[in-house]
Design a protein around this ligand. Structure first.
Ligand SMILES: [Zn+2]
Ligand SMILES: [Zn+2]
Length: 231
């Protein structure tokens, strides 16, 4: 395993005490890619062809729009609008007069093109690497299992991602062990969270002292991050 390069960020995320270390790394990757696609590298011919073709999803077009520098983005928009128009108009004409089921397939294809995104593609690739590294660290690094157990777990989506990765890359028994530890960590983190959330809700009671701890104040956002990842 390319040790340091890949393991350092995962260790760093665990040492930070993040509510979900993979969400934290995903967030960093997203910022980095949004910055990249606002930069000059996008002007290089090969990259431009790819970006013009694929475009960005709704979330990332808006993140790009909120960033610095609109020239690259305007050039992308100019060409990408043509690509999408050609596709959508073509699909509408082809689907005209078709029954619902077959028309649905055309619409689904057009939606797929709208949802495709250079930033999402790269994030998925990077997160796949981090997920692989996390499971490999658990299996190979002596110190990591304790950090994994002591963590706040992962959000539900990333819990399922690491489970799937373990089943793919670990021998059956080790994978079963990893899944069982992961279930323990999940339950423990949710029960801690539930207690803080309960105190938060109780805080609205007129009899409450009105001095919640930091853990109690952050309980709603941690609960949503557990359910839905970072926004
Ligand atoms: Zn997560
Ligand atoms: Zn995206």
């Amino acid at each position: 395993m390319k040790y340091e390069l890949e393991t350092i960020p995962v260790w760093r995320a665990y040492e930070s005490g993040a509510a979900c270390p993979l969400c934290m790394l995903q967030d960093e990757a997203e910022k980095q890619y949004v910055k990249f696609f606002l930069g000059n590298s996008v002007m290089a011919p090969e990259m431009r062809v790819q970006v013009n073709e694929t475009g960005f999803c709704r979330r990332h077009f808006h993140k790009l729009l909120a960033g610095e520098g609109k020239l690259g983005l305007s050039l992308v928009a100019q060409t990408h609008i043509d690509e999408v128009t050609k596709n959508v108009a073509g699909k509408l004409r082809a689907a005209g007069g078709l029954r619902r089921k077959r028309l649905g397939a055309y619409v689904a294809e057009a939606r797929e093109q709208l949802a495709d995104c250079m930033v999402c593609r790269r994030m998925a690739y990077t997160l796949g690497n981090y997920t692989f590294t996390l499971v490999t660290l658990w299996a190979d690094d002596e110190a990591f299992p304790a950090a994994y157990r002591a963590s706040h777990g992962l959000c539900f989506a990333h819990t399922l991602d690491v489970a799937e990765m373990a089943a793919r890359i670990l021998p059956r028994e080790r994978s079963a062990e990893f899944l069982s530890v992961t279930a323990d960590v999940l339950e423990k983190s949710v029960s801690d969270l539930a207690a803080d959330l309960e105190s938060f809700v109780q805080g609205f009671d007129y009899r409450s002292s009105g001095h919640p701890t930091e853990a109690v104040k952050s309980a709603p956002s941690r609960a949503i991050e557990k359910l839905a990842g970072r926004g």
